[in-house]
Write a protein that binds this ligand. Structure first.
Ligand SMILES: C[S@@+](CC[C@H](N)C(=O)[O-])C[C@H]1O[C@@H](n2cnc3c(N)ncnc32)[C@H](O)[C@@H]1O
Length: 221
């Protein structure tokens, strides 16, 4: 089973669940199939996100003792990276199977893995985190849910907290494309209006077709 086939299966399930008015239901179904070896998780590199460690190296950002949140944590490699660098990490995913998989992969982990929904997160997460890392979750949510998701992302940050966000990108004049839907810079900045934009980078990643990626850093004052 190739990543290409996994991506095709993800699109198929996404379309099926969305048609049944359950745009979030396919994640758990997909991870269950993957767990049973019937598909491959195309986004799971089983290594920390390149943008995460590159940005840390470039900026000198230190997570030691910071309260960190990893959004849509998938199989946990980014959360583990932050914990290994001294962060006090909570990592969540909407799919309980993904969360169970993280705990199995990292039985001695210091990360607190939680099944939770970015669109309805625990209320005590409001303004609780010094550092939030989000990669590639917004782009799997349909446009009508993303604004609320962005508001919650901003809401997780404590005063002086930092959000590092990585997603597929497009111009507002480009077609919205297929899931994973690229985001526009304007959508990010409008949705995260409560925060201050610190940096915004654009990257072209090799692939077939190549992927345009945004990496943005926002701070809460
Ligand atoms: C494309 S994957 C990215 C996973 C990981 N962040 C990465 O970059 O490898 C998106 C992840 O977000 C999770 N997810 C989707 N909607 C979510 C929601 N509303 N709340 C929490 N997690 C969600 C999915 O289950 C999936 O693990």
């Amino acid at each position: 089973m190739t990543a290409h086939q996994g991506r095709a299966r993800a699109r198929e399930l996404c379309a099926q669940y969305t048609a049944a008015d359950d745009a979030l239901g396919w994640f758990e179904a997909f991870y269950r199939e993957a767990r049973e070896g019937r598909t491959t998780v195309p986004w799971a590199d089983l290594a920390p996100n390149t943008h995460l460690f590159e940005w840390h190296a470039q900026s000198g950002f230190d997570v030691r003792d910071k309260r960190c949140l990893t959004v849509g944590c998938g199989l946990g490699d980014d959360a583990e990276y932050l914990a290994q660098h001294g962060g006090r990490v909570v990592a969540f995913d909407i799919a309980p199977t993904a969360v169970a998989w993280c705990r199995e992969r990292f039985p001695a982990s210091r990360v607190e893995y939680v099944a939770a929904d970015l669109l309805a997160p625990p209320s005590d997460w409001a303004q609780r985190f010094d550092y939030v890392f989000e990669a590639n979750t917004l782009q799997v949510l349909p446009a009508d849910l993303r604004r609320r998701a962005l508001q919650h992302l901003a809401g997780f940050l404590a005063p002086h907290g930092t959000l590092l966000l990585v997603c597929r990108g497009r111009d507002a004049s480009d077609p919205p494309g297929a899931m994973p839907w690229p985001l526009t810079r304007e959508e990010l900045q409008d949705g995260l209006g409560a925060l201050e934009l610190v940096s915004f980078g654009e990257y072209e990643e090799t692939g077939d077709p190549p992927v345009r990626r945004f990496r943005a850093v926002f701070d809460r004052k």
